[in-house]
Unconditional design. Structure first.
Length: 384
């Protein structure tokens, strides 16, 4: 991950971490549907203002495709999260959010064909165990429903992250965030009115919560989140939800008087350590890829950007030798991989076939980059 993605991740984690506290404070005075209408009203006003001043611009694009994203966030996620937070404390809600990287990693394997190494998954599990230590699971009858609702919110967030990765190739973070906020305001206001629950209540708790969640948590944080998903793998960006857990826990302790013990301190240490190690490893992987990617005189170790997949391909000396054997030039390989007219097909073994009708390239995803397995001209018998 670049330092911009890491910085965005820390900002998102702190904003989301305190959002549980503000939500809990507001729900002491308002019902969940009305409060969601408040927060998305503030966010919508902000984005309409940005549109008016030309910060947010629109082009001729099929924006209707964003429904696959919007249905998970803001609609399902915030519906489940807000009703869940109303039934459990903010620390518990923040801890359950630590499940997001687990779900995203599983979904990414099947939906995006993105995989990481065993060390990554070990660190991921370590971070989650640290989150469990922070507050633990107290599955009593009183708050079981709240935790189940938060679990549904976690799945909604995971599906949002996966779909955002796909749609970020076609839409900018500003475009996605704009339609998310407007849709959220319209949906929750209508539902609140139809349910007969909408009311106007302005006090320090509801106004401060609406401003914080509408501006920072809804608008700023989701813009940064969409930026992260556009520039990094969901497997990496979802890791910051563990830091959100830490922030939510401390916010609950400091501002709502929730207790913290030695096991919570140990959990915080584990979460921060695992996040730090995974961040360093991801940056080293990227650096190593580009160090090996310096173009030499014989065109070995070249980096090629694959537009269809939004990733870089590392052309190793072995793969370059295979190209020579097949009579495929470097220019021809770049053409098929960089062309917007090419097609990509995910094979059962997880490899990806990219073809422009004349040349076929077989790619292997690994650690956030792609490796060339083989390449051939159409009609040639494949030899891998």
């Amino acid at each position: 991950m670049s330092w911009k993605v890491v910085l965005a991740g820390f900002c998102v984690s702190f904003i989301f971490g305190f959002s549980f506290l503000f939500t809990k404070n507001a729900l002491d005075h308002l019902n969940p549907l009305t409060f969601l209408s408040y927060r998305f009203f503030v966010a919508s006003v902000l984005f309409v203002a940005l549109k008016f001043f030309g910060v947010v611009r629109f082009e001729k694009k099929p924006y209707w495709k964003l429904w696959r994203l919007i249905i998970f966030q803001p609609i399902l996620y915030f519906l489940f999260e807000t009703m869940g937070v109303a039934r459990i404390n903010s620390s518990e809600a923040g801890m359950i959010v630590a499940l997001i990287p687990i779900i995203v990693n599983v979904l990414a394997i099947f939906m995006l064909r993105e995989r990481a190494d065993s060390i990554h998954y070990a660190l991921l599990l370590t971070g989650f165990l640290g989150s469990v230590l922070i507050v633990g699971f107290d599955l009593t009858a009183q708050n079981l429903l709240g935790k189940l609702l938060m679990l549904l919110a976690v799945f909604s967030a995971a599906f949002y992250t996966i779909n955002a990765r796909k749609l970020s190739k076609e839409f900018t973070p500003e475009e996605i965030s704009f339609f998310m906020m407007i849709t959220g305001f319209i949906f929750f206001t209508l539902v609140s009115m139809l349910a007969g629950q909408f009311k106007l209540l302005l006090n320090v708790h509801t106004v401060s919560a609406a401003m914080y969640l509408g501006i920072l948590s809804s608008a700023v944080a989701f813009y940064l989140l969409n930026y992260m998903v556009k520039h990094a793998s969901p497997i990496l960006t979802s890791l910051f939800s563990n830091l959100t857990t830490v922030v939510a826990c401390f916010a609950g302790v400091v501002f709502r008087g929730e207790r913290i013990g030695s096991e919570q301190i140990l959990g915080v240490t584990i979460v921060l350590a695992s996040l730090f190690v995974m961040t360093i490893r991801s940056r080293q992987t990227k650096t190593e890829s580009f160090d090996h990617g310096k173009v030499t005189h014989d065109n070995e170790n070249t980096i090629i950007h694959v537009n269809l997949l939004g990733k870089n391909l590392l052309l190793t000396p072995h793969a370059y030798q295979r190209m020579i054997e097949r009579g495929v030039s470097l220019e021809e390989l770049k053409k098929v991989l960089e062309s917007e007219d090419s097609r990509a097909l995910v094979q059962r073994n997880g490899r990806i076939k990219v073809s422009d009708g004349h040349i076929e390239a077989i790619l292997q995803p690994s650690a956030g980059v792609l490796y060339l397995v083989t390449v051939m001209k159409k009609g040639e018998r494949r030899r891998i």
